[in-house]
Every structure is written in C-alpha cells, then in structure tokens.
Design a protein. Structure first.
Length: 275
C-alpha cells in the first residue's frame, strides 16, 4: 500500500495507472458490455461512429461492431503482453541465475546462447517463428517470449554476480545447502527487483509486437486484436479513417500507460520508504 501511495503521488504514475485501469476494466467487462462473438455481423457496413446508439463506434467493412472489437482486443493485448512478459522473465531469470552462480564454462556457454538471441532483432525472430509455427495465440505468446528473454537473463546474471559473494550466501554454503537451493532460494529473490522493473517494458513491447504481427496477417484469425482492426481499416483509410484511428488510440493508450507506470515505479522505488 505504501508503494501504491508513492506511485500515485507521482503525476506520470497516476496517469499511467488511470489508463491501465480503464483498459483492464474494458478487458474484464468486455463480455458483459458486448456479449457474443465480436467478429459477428452486427449492422450495416461502414456505419460511422455516433450515429446509432446501439453501435456507438460504428461498424467495419463487414458490419462488425467496432466497440466490441475494441473491448475484446484489449483483452487479447493484455493476455499477450502479460503472458509473454511472464514467460520471458521466467526463462531469463533461470538462465541468468544458473550462468551467474555456476560461472566458468557454464556461464560462457549460456552467455553465447544469449548473444545469439540478441543478435537477431526481436521482431524478426518473432516474425520467423510465427511464420513457421502458425498464428495461434499461444504461438504468438511463445514467439514474443523467445524474442524477449535474453535481456532479463543478462540483467539477472549481473545481479547474481554481485550477490553470490555476500556473507549470507557464504553462510548458506557453510551449513551445507545445495547449490541450486542457494541459487534459487537465497540469491534469485534478491536479484529480481530490477528485472521486475524491466518486465513492464517487455509488456509494452509485447503488445506492440502482437499488434504488428496481427497487422501483417500473422496473428490468430479467430481472435479480434487491435492490430487486425488497424489492418482492416487501412483498406478504407480515406473513406472510414475511424476504423484504424479507434484501435490505434487504444494501442497507444495501453503502451503509454505501461511506460508511465514503469517510469513512476522506478522513481517510487528510488524513494525508498519515504511516504
């Protein structure tokens, strides 16, 4: 609660939390606000916004409700962002902890694997993976996680290298704790705070990557996403710009909210225990 109070006392943090709260509410209540399949035909094609109270944001070229797509797209973006970030942090934390604690040949071998993943741009790696494995939602999440785990691995390794020689780690060795138990019970929890701050950036990047993949037609065709909505609107951009503008605003709001909260969280953690 003290951390949340400090976070909300920072203007950028309050704005970011407000944006994410709205998007999270839209995702949670999407089924209640717009029940049924968001991909179903709901009205006449290309109905402009604010004409029909039943379809306040209008319809797309096929007559699908833009508001329903926006709400259900928020759910897809949050699921992809949070799941991909969690998987990337988990993989990176395990690899970084083993590399930093084991040292020598194991450290060298794991860091060369990390280097190999970092050489390839993350989006290109995700693009190649989805192109080969298919565009289902689990595949997209896996692709983004595989393109994002290297940075958390490096950060955890650096933290582990600075922690492993401390007195409480030496005491754990003296009492006979297993090396893996020392690494994951004594060292890793103390190495996580900087990685958790990085996780917010990974969430934002994952949301953008998923939108880009869907825009290129490589997302899950059975799930509505903001990227696919923007791609649908580009074909009638002059006649109906709202089809791309509305989901584009949602995408910008989500990424901006995550970045603002990340920056404010770093500042709040820097304040320590001060109210």
């Amino acid at each position: 609660m003290n951390f949340l109070r400090r976070l909300l006392s920072i203007p950028t943090g309050a704005v970011g939390v407000a944006l994410l709260a709205v998007i999270a509410a839209a995702a949670l209540f999407a089924t209640w606000i717009s029940p049924g399949d968001p991909l179903r035909i709901a009205g006449p094609a290309l109905l402009p916004p604010f004409i029909d109270p039943v379809l306040p944001f209008g319809t797309d070229r096929l007559g699908r409700d833009v508001l329903a797509g926006l709400l259900h797209g928020a759910r897809t973006s949050l699921i992809v962002g949070i799941a991909a970030a969690a998987a990337a942090v988990l993989i990176g934390s395990v690899v970084g902890t083993i590399a930093g604690f084991a040292g020598k040949l194991i450290d060298e071998a794991l860091m060369r694997v990390v280097d190999a993943f970092q050489i390839v741009p993350g989006f290109l790696l995700a693009l190649a993976f989805v192109s080969v494995a298919g565009g289902s939602l689990p595949t997209v999440i896996t692709a983004i996680a595989l393109s994002s785990w290297a940075q958390p691995a490096r950060l955890v390794r650096a933290e582990v290298l600075s922690i492993r020689e401390r007195d409480y780690v030496a005491a754990a060795r003296v009492i006979g704790m297993h090396p893996l138990e020392i690494a994951f019970k004594e060292i890793l929890p103390n190495a996580l705070p900087p990685v958790l701050a990085l996780a917010a950036v990974i969430v934002a990047a994952a949301i953008l990557t998923e939108a880009a993949l869907s825009f290129l037609g490589l997302g899950d065709p059975n799930v509505v996403t903001w990227g696919s909505m923007i791609a649908e609107g580009r074909n009638v951009l002059r006649a109906a710009p709202f089809l791309s503008v509305i989901p584009g605003i949602g995408l910008v709001a989500a990424v901006l909210g995550v970045y603002l909260v990340s920056e404010a969280a770093s500042e709040a953690l820097g304040r320590g225990g001060r109210p």
